[in-house]
Design a protein around this ligand. Structure first.
Ligand code: FO1
Length: 334
């Protein structure tokens, strides 16, 4: 167990968040809000390491759904009702792509969103790395955070099915709505991938690492599978605090229960805590935040060597998300 950071260090409080798309962006807004309220705390110490397993090539452009969800949300230009894409977007180009038979008929690329994909693809073709592309995107919209992809390598998530076939995660998620029972999730090539520049350093130098309430399997899973990241989390002096994506024994969003079942993990706050494991027992967590609805499982999680904090976990707005972050920081503040 690491020693807690001091409130007096607020000006240099360094937070790293591991995040997926929708849950990760709501949580990141909470971190930014929580930091803004802390006396003397600047946003310069806030780093988000984002899952890139959802990424894909479609209609000749590179999509980075989780990156874009976080960028759009922190920039305040996201479609909050749908949970992805740009607010007020139109679909003229998408209709034309569909008429050409380009892309996927079940997958919508909004006009404004396509602007992002075209710019990104152009920069990638110019030789910029995904990390550099995101840095350039952050110049347009100051995000209040440094956003880093987990890796610059293309390690898109594939879903293996019982009949021996596999498909890209996005097809399984958006076309089949996770109704095809998966047997495995793979990120081909990830064992040879390196963490993006700055990821290991941010984790090593952090005061607190927060694991967002994102999908533990297809959002946090790929991040932890990048060689070196799990080891960095185990080695850092920072406290590692996870936030349960399960409330009242149910997944908060998405179809994470199907993903958890595929890797043999129950849909419960205790089972997900056990999946991440205690840092004192070869796992990752020092502290686990669970919802009031799951308070009964606190003792079981504590017995695994993970300090457990019971607190409201519904991220209904920025203030609620910030309160979760406040609770996480209070748990480890020395
Ligand atoms: N999700 C959908 O359910 N339908 C779509 O047509 C769709 C298009 C889309 C385009 C760009 C993008 O960045 C995300 C998009 N998403 C869409 C969201 C995405 O499939 C997933 O929600 C995430 O990858 C899971 O985190």
């Amino acid at each position: 167990m690491t020693s807690g950071f001091q409130t007096g260090d607020a000006a240099t409080l360094r937070i790293v968040v591991l995040a997926g798309g929708v849950g990760g962006s709501r949580f990141s807004i909470g971190v930014r809000e929580s930091l803004r309220r802390r006396p003397g705390a600047g946003a310069s110490g806030f780093t988000i390491v984002v899952n890139t397993g959802d990424d894909l090539w479609l209609s000749g452009v590179r999509l980075q759904p989780d990156v874009d969800s976080i960028v759009y949300a922190l920039a305040g230009v996201n479609d909050t009702a749908r949970g992805w894409g740009r607010e007020g977007d139109s679909e003229r180009v998408n209709a034309e792509l569909q008429a050409w038979g380009s892309g996927w008929p079940w997958f919508t690329l909004g006009d404004l969103d396509l602007g992002t994909h075209l710019a990104r693809t152009g920069w990638l073709r110019d030789g910029l790395s995904p990390t550099q592309v995101i840095e350039r995107m952050s110049r347009r919209w100051p995000l209040g955070a440094t956003l880093l992809p987990m890796t610059d390598a293309e390690v898109d998530t594939q879903v293996a099915l019982g009949d021996g076939t596999s498909m890209h995660f996005q097809e399984w998620w958006t076309r089949h709505r996770a109704t095809l029972e998966p047997v495995r999730f793979d990120n081909p090539g990830i064992d040879r991938a390196a963490p993006a520049a700055g990821v290991l350093e941010a984790i090593a130098e952090a005061d607190v690492v927060l694991i967002a309430p994102s999908n533990p399997v297809v959002s946090i899973g790929p991040i932890l599978a990048v060689p070196g990241i799990r080891e960095a989390l185990r080695a850092t002096d920072a406290s590692v605090v996870g936030v349960s994506p399960i409330i009242g024994g149910r997944v908060v969003r998405g179809m994470a229960d199907v993903c958890l079942r595929a890797i043999g993990v129950d849909t419960s706050a205790a089972a997900v805590a056990a999946h991440y494991g205690a840092r004192s027992d070869a796992g990752l967590l020092d502290v686990w935040l669970i919802a009031e609805e799951d308070a009964a499982s606190a003792d079981e999680i504590e017995r695994r060597g993970i300090r457990t904090v019971v607190t409201p976990l519904w991220m209904k707005d920025a203030a609620a998300s910030a309160a979760i972050v406040d609770a996480a920081l209070a748990a480890v503040e020395g």
